[in-house]
Design a protein around this ligand. Structure first.
Ligand code: XMP
Length: 331
């Protein structure tokens, strides 16, 4: 695609001009936007760029390692990569906290603290990169609906906790599909480029009520199974239908852990375990959404696998709720 190709080259030149021999810092989340921004910066200025990736222990299964494999020392790009394993810090801070907004606030503040500490270690930073894309610019200007209903800790003003001269936002003029095109062009793997949206507070808002390391493990395993089976079913559909998307293809789907425990039976044993909720939605703008009609047999397979493979779960439910009145996430 010549347009995206020239976009990348143009940005790389602009970045070089702007940065000179300065030092650049980027908070890498592993999402599409910050990853594409990281690659552009890496191509432009190599090791003048430091990417800090905070693993808050609320990522999806294997995600931390995937990010490290791509951007770390054994990965494909020329940059400094710092992974901060902050799991225990987050779990400590979240201990006993049940209120959703409080959880979001703690997760957001802890991120700032961890990032600030890393920035101090690096010393003088000249530029800070943000993966802002065009819809973010518009949404924060208008005070987007979801920004009001739930505090989006990763959208907002300039961070004041790192000393820097200037901000760099190489994706500011792009829509999401354009960011993806640039990502593919720059050699990022498809699984990263076509990742589903994943909230900044991560699994912290997909575990209803108190977050613990044990619950994180449960929701990671259940979610992995769900995504694997739905992914397979989507692929099978496409293969059987000349590459067409299934009409039920969700725009976002994931498992959440309710704080409900109930009685069940496994073998001849009584169980008293958690219920997992499966969510799948179809939406255009994520402001309104309908539940996606995942085929019954796919749901049944997922249910069987979760019950058999994930310890601590004895019930699986499917959330039918539209948005509104529900939100897509649970908290
Ligand atoms: P809700 O739950 O508000 O979600 O219906 C709408 C979309 O926004 C995502 N979401 C977030 N994304 N930080 C983010 O980057 C957040 O704090 C956040 N909360 C919700 C959600 O996954 C869905 O795609």
């Amino acid at each position: 695609d010549w347009k995206m190709d020239s976009f990348a080259n143009e940005q790389i030149n602009l970045i070089r001009e702007k940065v000179g021999d300065g030092k650049v810092l980027l908070a890498l989340s592993g999402g599409v936007d910050s990853s594409v921004a990281a690659v552009l910066l890496s191509k432009a200025i190599g090791k003048q760029l430091t990417c800090v990736f905070v693993d808050h222990g609320l990522l999806r299964k294997n995600e931390g390692d995937e990010v490290e494999n791509i951007f770390g020392p054994n990965g494909n790009y020329d940059l400094n990569f710092i992974r901060v394993n902050a799991q225990d810090r987050y779990y400590d801070k979240l201990k006993g906290v049940e209120e959703p907004e409080k959880k979001r606030k703690i997760i957001g503040e802890e991120f700032i603290r961890v990032f600030e500490e890393e920035a101090k270690k690096i010393g003088k930073v000249d530029f800070l990169v943000q993966g802002t894309i065009y819809p973010d610019v518009v949404e924060s200007g208008l005070g987007g609906e979801s920004a009001v209903i739930k505090s989006h800790h990763n959208v907002g003003g300039l961070p004041d906790y790192v000393d820097f001269k200037e901000i760099i936002e190489p994706l500011r003029d792009l829509f999401k599909d354009e960011v993806r095109k640039v990502g593919l062009e720059l050699g990022l793997p498809e699984y990263l480029v076509f990742r589903q949206p994943f909230p900044g507070p991560g699994l912290g808002i997909r575990i209803i009520g108190e977050v613990t390391g044990e619950k994180v493990k449960i929701v990671q395993d259940a979610d992995f199974i769900y995504r694997e089976e739905v992914g397979n079913a989507l692929k099978e559909y496409a293969e059987a239908n000349n590459g067409a998307d299934a009409p039920w293809k969700p725009d976002q789907y994931f498992a959440a852990l309710t704080n409900m425990r109930s009685v069940g039976v496994m073998g001849d044993e009584r169980t008293y375990d958690y219920a997992v909720a499966l969510r799948a939605v179809q939406t255009i703008d994520f402001m309104t959404a309908e539940s996606a009609q995942i085929p019954w047999e796919v749901l049944q397979k997922v249910m069987n696998r979760i019950i058999n493979e994930v310890k601590g779960v004895n019930r699986v439910m499917f959330d039918l709720t539209s948005k509104p009145p529900g939100t897509i996430e649970f908290e």
